[in-house]
Design a protein around this ligand. Sequence first.
Ligand code: SAM
Length: 230
Amino acid sequence: MSWRDFWNGEHAIYVSPRHKALHYRGIATDLISHIPSRDAVVLDHGCGEALDAGRVAAACGRLYLCEAAPSVREKLRAMLGAKANVAVVSPEEVEALPEATLDLVVANSLIQYLSRDELAALLVTWREKLRPGGKLVVADIIPPDVSPLTDASQLLAFAWRGGFLTAALAGLVRTAFSDYRKLRARYGLSTYRLEEITGLIAAAGFESVTPAKNFGHNPHRFTLVGRKAG
Ligand SMILES: C[S@@+](CC[C@H](N)C(=O)[O-])C[C@H]1O[C@@H](n2cnc3c(N)ncnc32)[C@H](O)[C@@H]1O
């Protein structure tokens, strides 16, 4: 099994429906805080189930939700119906978008599942599709020194605040025996030091690459914002 198969199949990354709902609500709020204007064209790359995408769509002009997993794209289409300003797209369809048409590209909790070559290729695509001055937000980047134990303690803190602690404890036990843990042990996750990933994003043609508040619940991971050079 690869990460792609994992995301395309049934998994228990979220320990309960409440966890999933609170997660996606928080991510949508964080994403909305980066939308530059009500008519902005926004791409959420690697959006997952994006349960609160309706709220994001209401805050921008057009929203592209890009997902590699066909099963997740089906769920998104079923959830969103015929929302006029939302398009659910595959990575190949992002490649086919006209150049210099996006105002904001967001990728939250995505790049840890990509190889360095895949990230380099995506940075080129994002730069091509953004308008000059358009904003790129790469969020939830994992630095090399954060262990799975830190992730677990941050999940428990989120669960305590969100009222799903019992489910989180049971979920952590399940995770210990899950495909996620086996895949993480086998393939690892791509991790980046701040200087390295800042340099990679800048080298791909983005300027003013600076840290911003991380998306979601884990302050041990980080977010970078850059602008396509004009
Ligand atoms: C950890 S989930 C993050 C989902 C969402 N962004 C969030 O913050 O909850 C990673 C998602 O990225 C998708 N994905 C992985 N590689 C991708 C790629 N190259 N292009 C688009 N989506 C991808 C996976 O299918 C999965 O749904």
